[in-house]
Design a protein around this ligand. Structure first.
Ligand SMILES: Cc1cc2nc3c(=O)[nH]c(=O)nc-3n(C[C@H](O)[C@H](O)[C@H](O)COP(=O)(O)OP(=O)(O)OC[C@H]3O[C@@H](n4cnc5c(N)ncnc54)[C@H](O)[C@@H]3O)c2cc1C
Length: 488
């Protein structure tokens, strides 16, 4: 039976916490029906990976911002909690909805759950429409000429580019475009208790970030003004504010990759950024697309080696002392410690330093990459189901298009190359602030007099290295050399 034109549409927000360039929202408004928006905090469905602590902190603020933005638009917004398979059909019933609209998810468990929700709704006579609000291209639409999924970044990126420019972003709707649907009962955001209280460890996160769509917009503008020019040259420098810091905003969908794609192009057209910087930035968005392409091919991406030959790898049993030193930034290798402390205090770490810290855990300490993936999952505000798993597998050498396993980052040389004046190290490891620059990445080589002048006693103010890098490297290479050859 056709539903009445007054029957509302229910818009289900997920990883798309924005009003601008939101295809599901635009489609809901285009129906001309009254619209009600819902966010479901789903900690009840089986198999969904629970959010980490830093992500929950981010989400609580992002939802507050979204609720305010919806109110300003005259769009009723409700927050509920429960398992989607029953909670979404119930919300549809409560709203008297004729249609449910959402932007798609790509994690295996989430996608399966969405199929189940869709089937239940359709059985109940509720129409479902879904859209791509998270990626430039659907993962299954980018293929080789033979129509197969891609395993290596360069051909993947060429195939993406061959698809042409992504369409321009959709405008943010105006109040006039909104017919308000019924108000649903729901929870207050604070009822979810996603912010830490005892202890409140989130002070550094609050200082560093403004979650929400408006915060994302400001950060994009700042990046275009101050970071984009020179991005290709400086993006590997943790001592410079040279990257966009868009990752948590992208993770929660407060900005879309399409908006970023076109914003940097507009900056180029206005002469605000050279083409090479714009292309490099876009290719980083391409790595994000590639991670989702891989996630789509490998449903257990965060737990299973893409290359099965790594399954029997003899990882060391994690030593609690060494793990604690890595978590807390007390390994005695300044660039590693600066990175791990940046992560702990701000919920984010520079990409180059993520690689160094991950390599240190996997290759120097010979700890299974999944331990590191899980720590990052809990502590990163941008913890992303595709990017985190792809990057950890890349560093370990077990991923699809992975760094060769014999590539072991040297934390001293990496520090000297990418933080040549020690500015980054001294920001996050202040006990080394007076150590002469030539020793800042290897304080153990300074003389006792030099260290004393800098106010440092190794072993007291700052640790001795917890492992000898040269020997650890040899041990790792010997273990990796025993791997069976790579499958074709
Ligand atoms: C061990 C490890 C774990 C990581 N975990 C995550 C994670 O959980 N979430 C996450 O978003 N990124 C992750 N990355 C990738 C990368 O470090 C971050 O995306 C980047 O540092 C975010 O900073 P930015 O927004 O300033 O990046 P920019 O340089 O400004 O890049 C713009 C955007 O492009 C994407 N991007 C950039 N570099 C990469 C990359 N190497 N792989 C995939 N996408 C990329 C991100 O969405 C980023 O926001 C990880 C990298 C490593 C080595």
């Amino acid at each position: 039976m056709p539903s009445s034109p007054e029957a509302p549409v229910l818009l289900w927000f997920r990883e798309d916490l924005r009003l601008g360039d939101n295809p599901a929202l635009a489609a809901a408004l285009e129906t001309g029906r009254p619209v009600t928006a819902l966010y479901l905090f789903d900690d009840a469905s089986p198999d969904l990976r629970p959010l980490g602590a830093a992500s929950k902190w981010w989400l609580s603020y992002s939802l507050k911002a979204l609720a305010e933005d919806c109110a300003a638009l005259g769009l009723p917004f409700a927050l509920r909690r429960g398992g989607a398979a029953t909670a979404i059909p119930k919300a549809a019933k409560d709203a008297g909805a004729a249609q449910l609209i959402w932007n798609r998810r790509y994690e295996a468990a989430e996608a399966k759950l969405d199929d189940e929700v869709q089937a239940r709704l359709e059985r109940a006579g509720v129409e479902v429409a879904t859209f791509n609000g998270r990626l430039l291209h659907e993962p299954w639409e980018v293929t080789s000429k033979a129509g197969t999924p891609l395993k290596v970044f360069s051909p993947f990126w060429r195939a993406c580019q061959a698809k042409g420019e992504p369409p321009p972003p959709l405008p943010r709707p105006t109040k006039r475009a909104v017919a308000a649907g019924p108000a649903l009962d729901g929870l207050a955001i604070d009822d979810l208790a996603m912010e830490p209280s005892t202890p409140d460890w989130a002070g550094g996160l609050r200082d560093a970030w403004t979650p929400g769509e408006a915060g994302a917009r400001e950060a994009v503008a700042e990046f275009i003004d101050e970071g984009l020019r020179g991005y290709a040259r400086d993006r590997d420098r943790p001592d410079r504010p040279s990257t966009s810091r868009m990752s948590p905003h992208l993770r929660f969908g407060e900005v879309s990759p399409r908006q970023l794609w076109h914003a940097v192009e507009a900056a180029k057209a206005e002469g605000a950024a050279p083409g090479q910087d714009v292309e490099k930035f876009r290719s980083e968005l391409g790595w994000r697309e590639f991670s989702y392409h891989l996630l789509h091919q490998h449903p257990d991406f965060a737990t299973r080696n893409v290359q099965p030959r790594f399954d029997a790898f003899p990882w060391a049993k994690p030593d609690p002392e060494q793990m604690r030193a890595w978590h807390k930034g007390l390994t005695g290798y300044p660039i590693v410690d600066a990175g791990m402390r940046q992560l702990w205090t701000t919920g984010w770490m520079h990409n180059r330093v993520r690689m160094i810290c991950a390599s240190f855990l996997i290759k120097d300490l010979l700890v299974d990459w999944r331990e590191g993936e899980a720590w990052f999952w809990d502590t990163l505000v941008d913890a992303d189901p595709a990017n985190n798993a792809a990057s950890w597998q890349w560093v370990a050498g077990c991923g699809a298009d992975a760094a060769p396993y014999f590539r072991v980052f040297n934390p001293i040389l990496q520090g000297e190359k990418f933080d040549p004046d020690g500015v980054y190290v001294k920001t996050f490891v202040p006990e080394l602030k007076d150590v002469p620059t030539r020793y800042v990445h290897k304080p153990w080589e300074a003389t006792e007099i030099e260290l004393r002048a800098a106010g440092v006693t190794l072993g007291q103010d700052y640790p001795h290295p917890i492992i000898d890098h040269a020997r650890a490297r040899d041990r790792a290479l010997a273990a990796f050399d025993r791997l069976p050859p790579r499958e074709a």
